[in-house]
Design a protein around this ligand. Structure first.
Ligand SMILES: NC(=O)c1ccc[n+]([C@@H]2O[C@H](COP(=O)([O-])OP(=O)(O)OC[C@H]3O[C@@H](n4cnc5c(N)ncnc54)[C@H](O)[C@@H]3O)[C@@H](O)[C@H]2O)c1
Length: 246
């Protein structure tokens, strides 16, 4: 029970990687506040956390809205009395080649994926600084490191998350707040199930390990960084990509 007596907050935890992370943290002893826009699915995640014997609260919050982010952190602290671990996972895609990409698709992706991480981090570090302890893990992407045709908005947002991660790490290291990014490669979720079979086969050929990853692979890296394994690690990007980018 690596995370016994710890309180974690996971954004975008209604499904996919965020849900798997929330359940992994709970299975390792943490009480978990989860947030998303999709309350129906989020409540299912909360039920599964409770079934693991931990406490859970499900909070409706749009990470792109700073007021929502502040209220989400406040509710977590009011209900659980602390906040030790923040996982910034909520993210969206609005893909298209640059010449066809609409301004609103650029803005939407940057608002959720980058400003969302800023909003939630700012709200959490206010409290974590006083507590003199915190573990923040941001879910970036391989695409933020390599670029990807058709994902100008997404790759820029994830590259931004990596820069933001390093700055948060520098600003708060003296308060025992670490901040790291996990950069997944291509992982089997609804986000990647939207790709055609042909694209998925082509992708797998580019991955030295020859297959897409599972949400569990990402959650394992997050658990390591959020637990004692990450105590002296900050400002790093941990790649979970089957060797696709080295
Ligand atoms: N699936 C992959 O291959 C892959 C690869 C690299 C990085 N990632 C990143 O991992 C994270 C999770 O991805 P996933 O594949 O599980 O995606 P997903 O679409 O299955 O889940 C994302 C969740 O975020 C929620 N969300 C979206 N906008 C939100 C907002 N404004 N406020 C709060 N919640 C919001 C959604 O409702 C959804 O539940 C994302 O940041 C994504 O960019 C995914």
């Amino acid at each position: 029970m690596e995370l016994k007596d710890k309180v974690a907050l996971v954004t975008g935890a209604a499904q996919g990687i965020g849900k798997t992370i929330a359940l992994k943290l709970a299975a390792n002893g943490a009480d978990v506040a989860i947030s998303d826009l999709n309350m129906e699915k989020l409540n299912e995640t909360a039920k599964e956390i409770i079934d693991l014997g931990r406490k859970a609260i499900a909070i409706k919050a749009n990470v792109a809205d700073s007021k929502d982010a502040e209220a989400m952190v406040e509710e977590t602290i009011n209900k659980f009395g602390a906040l030790h671990i923040l996982i910034n996972n909520a993210g969206i895609t609005r893909d298209g080649l640059i010449l066809r990409m609409k301004e609103e698709d650029w803005d939407a992706v940057l608002s959720v994926n980058l400003k969302g991480v800023f909003n939630c981090t700012k709200a959490a570090v206010k409290y974590m600084s006083k507590q003199r302890h915190g573990r923040i893990v941001n879910i970036a992407s391989i695409v933020g490191e390599m670029g990807n045709a058709g994902q100008a908005n997404y790759s820029a947002s994830k590259a931004g998350v990596i820069g933001l991660t390093k700055t948060v790490a520098r600003e708060f290291a003296s308060r025992d707040i670490t901040c790291n990014a996990v950069a997944p490669g291509f992982i089997e979720t609804l986000m990647t199930q939207a790709l055609s079979e042909k694209v998925r086969e082509e992708l797998a050929k580019q991955i030295p390990m020859g297959k897409l990853g599972a949400p569990e692979d990402v959650a394992n890296a997050v658990l390591f960084l959020a637990g004692s394994g990450g105590d002296y690690i900050t400002g790093q990007v941990i790649n979970v990509n089957g060797g696709m980018y080295m």
